[in-house]
Structure formats: C-alpha cells, structure tokens
Design a protein around this ligand. Structure first.
Ligand code: C2E
Ligand code: MG
Ligand code: MG
Length: 551
C-alpha cells in the first residue's frame, strides 16, 4: 500500500517531530523549515502532497506569504492547507482562511483529533484524483501517483503499464442501461483490486479503459487470457463481457503517459482477441509509434510538402477476374520516419479535426487524377473514398462533398464513398439526411468493415447502401473456422435480398478466393489480386487489365 504524502512546514523542530509521530503510521511525511523551503520542495515535483500543515510565524517566508504564493501558482485548488500556528487569534485565522487555508489545529495537539481532521480534509479533496464511480484513481491521480512512485524507484524497469479495454461496453450499456454499465465498471475495478497481479495503482483512465501500474514479474499471461472473459451477475441478469490488454514495459525515464499511450497502441496489434487477447509493446511497434501531438503539429507542413500520397487498391469482380473499381487509401511518406501506416495517424487526425482536410484532399486528388487519365485517353474505374465519422460533424466538409458530387457525377456510382459504423452516432446526431442526399445525386455508398463492430446491422436498418464490404477479420478466419463460411454466405444472401452488392476485404490466398466465389461474393479486394498501389503503378495495372481484356 502506497501512503499519501503530507508536507509539514514549521520552523520548530519539536513541533514537526510531534506531528510526525502522530501521522507517520498512516502517511508519508516530508518536512520543511519555512515557506520558501516548502515551495521549493513542492515545485521540485518529487512528491504528490495531499496536504500541507503550515505554521504561520516563521523566518525567511511566513505562512501567510506561503499561502499567497500557493494561490499565485494555482496550487490552492488541489492542495489543501491546515494551519498549525500557536497564534490562534481570530484575526490571524481569518486572514489565513482568506488566503485559502482549509482548517486549523490549536495546540496542544490531541493526536486522535489531528489524525481524524487530516483524514477528513484529505478525503474531502480526493475527488480531484479519484473516479467517483469505482473509487479507482482517475487519469490525473494515476499519472501523478505513478510518476511520483517511479521517480523514487531505483530500478523502474521492473515495472509495466497495463491498459485494459472493455469490449462491447456500449452494448452492455444499451442492453442493461447505465446502471448495468456502472456495475460492469465496478466489478472490473474490484476484480483488479483482488487480482494476484496486485497492481500498485489502478485507474479508470477514461470511460471503459482501465490502466494499472504493475510489477513485471507479476504479469501472468495464462491468467490474463483466462480472466479476460468475465461474467456480470446483476439484478438477475447474467452477462458475459471481455477485455483486451495492452502491455508496455517501462524502459526509460520518460513520463508515464508515454507508456500508457504505447500500451494502448499495442491493442491495435491484437489479431485474434479470443486466442490471445493481449499484446506487448515491442520494437516493431516502437518504430511505428508516433504520438498524437507530433501528428497534429506536423500535419499542415506535411500536407504542404506533399508527404501524403494516395494509393489505389484494385477491387476485382469475382466471377470474371476483371477489375471493377478501386479504393483510395492514404499513405504518409514521412521524411524521417518513412512509411507511416494510416491507422497510426488517422485516429490522431480524427481527434484534432484535421481528418476532414485530409479526406477532402484525397477526394480532390483522386478526381484530378482520374480526370487527367480520361483526357489522356486512358482507362479508369470508379474509385471509392473513405470518409471518417468526424467528417459528419463538420458542416463545411459535408457541403464540400455534396458540391463535389454534384459537379462530378457522370453515371450512377461514378463517385463512391466508404463509411464505417463509427459514423453512426454522428449521422444520428447531426445530418442523417446527408447520405440520402448523396445517393439522390447518384453517388454510391459503401458500408465499410461490415461485422467488425456491434452496430453494423443498425447502420443497414437506418441507411441505404449500394455495396457492403465484409470486414477482413471474417476472410482471415475462412480457412480455419467452417462456421465463418456460413456467416459470410448469409451476409451475401442478405445483401442480395436488399439489393446490395458485396465486396470481401483482405483475401490473400487462392483458397479464400475460391470459397468466396462459391458463396457468390460479387467482388474481392485483397493482396491476392493486388496490394494498394502508388498512382503510377496503378496506371500500369489498369493498362495491363485493358491489354488482357480484364476491364
Ligand atoms: P479500410 O477502409 O477497411 O481499408 C482496407 C484496409 O485493408 C487497407 O489498409 C488495405 O491496405 C488493407 N488490405 C486490403 N487487402 C488486404 C489484404 O489482403 N491483407 C491485409 N493484411 N490487408 C489488406 P490501410 O491502407 O492500412 O488502411 C487502414 C484503414 O485506414 C482503412 O481501412 C481506412 O479505414 C483508413 N483509411 C485509409 N485511407 C483513408 C483516408 O483517406 N481517409 C480516411 N478517413 N480513412 C482512411
Ligand atoms: Mg475503406
Ligand atoms: Mg474496410
């Protein structure tokens, strides 16, 4: 158990010693001889103090001056102060209270009362560091405690950060209501408190994400796999839920937030969350790691320097092997980092709102290139553009897309947009009508990554799509799991009933292609036919298709 830290500021050594004796069983005590020393200690940042006990009359810097300095630095919000002066005139006290003091102890000290009041003042301020629902640390509290703890460790490489991501939390919330969701969060927290893992600090870091600081030697992956499946017994309901875990070993002395970011990032590398629901951040991921702040700060320059390139991945007709269309996929060719994968920078751009600029760039670029090729008498195919959920929160972006479609459309489907279910919320909240407007103008809509989340069917019920793209994770399992073949077949039949065509994404082997053909899947996009190609190579690919009569 890590103790909370208290700073005692008094010029009288005997006084400090007395208070220390009363408090040191429960708290970690640091001492200062005057206000100036106190400020230096706090500013140094080696400690996270939960309380300051402050004498008023001291040499060098008095308690009043110290209180004023605390206020100037904004510390008074989070750092409560109890006055411990012998000078207890009403005037002295009211001056101290005016300066933000929280309480006052009169001498002689009654140990029981001192301990109680210290505990009361500290716990009344805990909300700033705690998540009220579970009692775990919140983000602020966790980062402070973990940073402070590691600073004092002789060997911080003995530790690791674990990032737990609850799966389907939104689904649980909508099935059981917020109270059921809360019960899941509480159960998760209680499970961690009692786990053999014995985390040093546990936090509910954000919504359904828990972060722990743990000792590396306590991590037992076999246990982790076992415990990633949980059952909630709540109000007569029994419900399964799961979590995935990203792990990052602490290997240098940078701020804890960096390790939390990396642990979170490693979640993206979990391939099969049933077999191996965890990932450990490694060198390969480190090479790809690029923090969100760097993406944001470099974005505009990189755009200006034309570091973003559009690649094209062919989509083939299954029955004939002819090229049917292509998908535009963005690539960042960074002067130092080299090739940066989109899933490493797109989430950052979605957070800061830049993604719409990028999507509009792709939209314009693709149109320009196809226009040019047509003018040169070359063959082209319709190219679909990916839209981010963020785009639907941006009125200018929506207007731009609508205007572009109006200008460019030649035949139905000559302009195409891919949308994932992550746009569902934005569409419902904002402009649900925009999809309809796009289709009315003749643009085709593709439901992307179908089956990867829980509201894929919700999207289909609420909006009309022309083409459905089956998520790569299904095709991945096609050879291993015979049920998946039936699921894919069912999706295809459903789409055909609804008047939609189907693209299967991510086919890499001949076996996969053959099964998809048997199932009457209309189109296939995957490495088996071609990887995403840079502009020049795509041009050659099209030329070759023409030569071979495959267009
Ligand atoms: P997506 O739209 O589902 O794109 C398909 C992804 O599958 C692409 O990854 C593509 O390279 C990959 N892929 C296709 N066939 C295969 C295969 O056979 N095997 C494997 N292993 N992968 C295959 P990519 O290019 O890394 O893009 C990832 C995601 O980033 C895209 O998923 C899309 O959601 C997003 N994205 C890419 N470009 C843009 C863009 O311009 N705007 C927006 N908003 N998102 C984009
Ligand atoms: Mg796509
Ligand atoms: Mg997709």
């Amino acid at each position: 158990m890590v103790k909370n830290q208290i700073l005692i500021v008094d010029d009288s050594e005997i006084n400090r010693e007395m208070l220390r004796l009363i408090l040191e069983d429960e708290y970690d005590i640091v001492e200062a001889g005057n206000g100036k020393e106190a400020i230096e200690i706090i500013e140094k940042g080696d400690h996270v103090f939960r309380l300051v006990l402050l004498d008023l009359v001291m040499p060098v810097m008095s308690g009043y001056e110290a209180l004023q300095e605390f206020k100037n630095r904004g510390w008074h919000h989070n750092l409560p102060v109890i006055i411990i002066s012998g000078d207890s005139t009403d005037e002295a006290l009211s001056k101290a209270y005016d300066l933000g003091a929280a309480d006052f102890f009169a001498k002689p000290y009654n140990p029981q009362i001192v301990l109680r009041r210290v505990t009361n003042v500290i716990s009344s301020r805990e909300y700033a560091y705690r998540d009220l629902l579970t009692g775990a640390y919140n983000r602020l509290g966790f980062l402070q405690m973990a940073n402070n703890f590691l600073q004092k460790c002789e060997d911080r490489t003995k530790f690791a950060i674990m990032f737990f991501d609850l799966k389907n939390f939104k689904a649980i919330n909508s099935l059981l209501g917020t109270e059921g969701g809360d019960a899941v969060l509480r159960q998760t927290f209680n499970g961690m408190v009692h786990a053999e893992l014995e985390p040093i600090f546990i936090s509910r870091f954000e919504a359904d994400h828990f972060v722990c600081l743990v000792e590396k030697r306590k991590i037992d992956v076999a246990k982790l796999i076992q415990e990633s499946n949980q059952t909630l017994e709540w109000n007569g309901h029994s419900m399964q839920f799961r979590f995935r875990t990203g792990i990052c070993h602490i290997d240098n002395d940078s701020d804890v937030i960096n390790f939390v970011d990396r642990a979170k990032l490693s979640l993206n590398y979990i391939d099969d969350e049933y077999l191996k629901p965890y990932a450990i951040f490694d060198d390969n991921m480190a090479q790809n790691y690029i923090n969100a702040a760097a993406v944001t700060s470099e974005f505009e320059t990189s755009m200006a320097n034309e570091e973003f390139k559009v690649y094209y991945q062919p989509v083939m007709e299954t029955a004939t092997g002819k090229i049917a269309s292509a998908e535009a996929l963005i690539r960042w060719i960074h002067p130092e980092r080299g090739f940066v994968r989109p899933d490493l920078f797109i989430p950052a751009l979605e957070k800061d709102g830049f993604i719409s600029k990028l999507d509009l760039f792709v939209d314009k670029k693709v149109n320009q290139v196809m226009q040019l090729w047509k003018e040169q008498g070359l063959v082209t195919v319709p190219v679909s553009i990916n839209l981010s959920w963020m785009d639907f929160y941006d009125q200018d972006m929506i207007q731009n897309i609508l205007d572009n479609v109006a200008q460019r459309i030649t035949t139905p489907g000559s302009v195409r947009y891919e949308i994932t279910e992550s746009s569902f919320a934005a569409l419902k909240e904002n402009r649900g009508d925009v999809l309809k407007a796009l289709r009315e103008q003749g643009a085709w809509l593709l439901m992307d990554d179908f089956g990867s989340g829980y509201s894929s069917l919700g999207m289909l019920m609420n909006y009309k799509f022309d083409i459905l793209k089956i998520d790569m994770s299904f095709v991945r399992q096609l050879e291993k799991n015979p049920d998946v073949k039936h699921i894919i077949k069912m999706i295809i039949d459903m789409c055909h009933l609804l008047g939609m065509k189907v693209v299967a994404e991510g086919a890499e082997t001949e076996t996969q292609v053959n099964i998809l053909r048997e199932d009457a899947c209309d189109y296939i996009q995957g490495y088996y036919f071609s990887k995403p190609l840079p502009e020049e190579e795509f041009k050659q690919f099209l030329a070759k298709c023409k030569e071979e009569g495959k267009i």
